[in-house]
Design a binder for this molecule. Structure first.
Ligand SMILES: [Zn+2]
Ligand SMILES: [Zn+2]
Length: 147
């Protein structure tokens, strides 16, 4: 994890007047070092050893605060629980069909799709999401080893 990203995130927290509790710091650090877009439950399990008294509700509460000040993005997928992403610059996601891991995919933003949609449908487009699905490297390996 880049130390600079953590420092920048802490600066943003300070500027927004949000109190930096040890748990909040840990949630942020966990998210910054995790590249798989964890769920609140995964964050909770990852920090359980460090904060035995912390509840899942506390994790959710911290995620909500971080989301409100724009440090974290929530990715909802209808069915299962939300996943959290602390890369808030525009990017797309590749999702593994087997393990559900979400990996960042940087590709120039498809702005022309938004403007075309505005023209065609008369909507004022706020944003868009693009997800690519497939089998990740690890899951592909496991599948080959089984055969
Ligand atoms: Zn996978
Ligand atoms: Zn992402």
């Amino acid at each position: 994890m880049s130390e600079k990203r953590l420092r920048d995130a802490i600066d943003t927290l300070k500027e927004s007047g949000v109190r930096i509790t040890p748990q909040r710091h840990a949630v942020l650090e966990f998210l910054l070092s995790s590249m798989t877009h964890p769920t609140a439950d995964e964050i909770y399990k990852g920090l359980e050893g460090k904060f035995p008294n912390m509840s899942v509700a506390t994790v959710y509460n911290n995620l909500r605060v971080l989301k409100e000040i724009g440090l974290v993005r929530e990715l909802t997928y209808g069915d299962s629980s939300s996943r959290f992403d602390c890369t808030t610059t525009d990017h797309y996601h590749i999702i593994c069909n087997s393990c559900g891991k979400i990996v960042d995919f940087h590709y120039p933003s498809l702005d022309e799709v938004e403007s075309l949609a505005e023209q065609v449908a008369g909507f004022n487009i706020s944003h868009h999401r693009l997800e690519l699905y497939g089998t990740c490297e690890e899951c592909s390996k496991v599948a080959t080893e089984k055969h």
